[in-house]
Design a protein around this ligand. Sequence first.
Ligand code: FES
Ligand code: FE2
Length: 349
Amino acid sequence: MSSLLRNFWYMAMPGKQLKPGQMIHKKMLGDPLLVGRTNEGQIFAMRDICPHRGIPLSHGWIEGNAVCCCYHGWKFETEDGRCSEIPSLTSDNNLEIERIKVPVYPAQEVQGNIWVYIPNDPKEKLDLSKISSPPLIPDFGIACPGISETIDFDCNIDHAIIGLMDPAHGPYVHRSWWWRNGPRKFRIKEKAYEPAPFGFRLVPYQMPKSAKPYRLLGKDITIEIVFKLPSYRTELLIGDRYKACAFTAITPIDENHCQLFQSLYWTVPGLVIFKPLLSILTRQFLSEDRDVIIKQQEGLAYDPSLMLIDDCDTQAKWYFRLKQEYLKSLQESREFENPVEPRILQWRS
Ligand code: FES
Ligand SMILES: [Fe+2]
């Protein structure tokens, strides 16, 4: 059985990557997709395969509200995927072209990122009123991220997710001078967690005074970290002057590859001049995670049995339990029941 969770919104790309009139091919959860933006700015997504002879529609172009196939010029409406023109037909041909359809996927741009909803069966008509909206970062209105970085991970999404939520790898994997100076000093960490909708969260707490770079946000800073299925992590820092948020979303490309999107939002004025530097640091940090995962694949190729230990791997255990419960609730057509219970986790890092 596939380990990829459908019926969720997944991030496709940062909005700035897709210009009006442009289409981009994306493989998401194994589905070949075309994500596009009409000249009027409307986002859309459809299966990137022409129903005529299978060529990816993304090789074609956008004409008004339709995608035109580059092979024989068939046109498909971006809104519902209906075929609206077959140029080679004569007027007395009685082919009902509107019955030819390309599956469309719900797509939206939210806070500067483009999201696509991946349903269980893309050919089935979706009741849009029944699906939720893409995740929204609270307190940031319609703001676009100051920084957005995309990085490819050549692994199953589960390893990317548990690798990122794992508090014990930090001192070994993230050793850049700007992150950790001097020899490693391990300290006991003790943090309270509780269930959150479709996930869990670090109960908000006040940051210790010593955290220097955070002082930009003010004197008293509260931190809250939320993980939500399928793969969203929001780290919110609310200071008495300003606030900032690091939002991470991971999208499976297929069973063995995924893409991580990191968006940073902030309200601190003047921070834009540090954008290039912040971008480099974010990239470096994420590539450290990616590089260790590449090494891990060498071992995983032998399909070894693996371990999750308490408490540093408890969040990973929760992730697998959330996933399992989600699949079970779908199978049994019942409400999802969050399996996470409030708990204080302790580890050294
Ligand atoms: S293959 Fe697309 S129109 Fe023929
Ligand atoms: Fe990491």
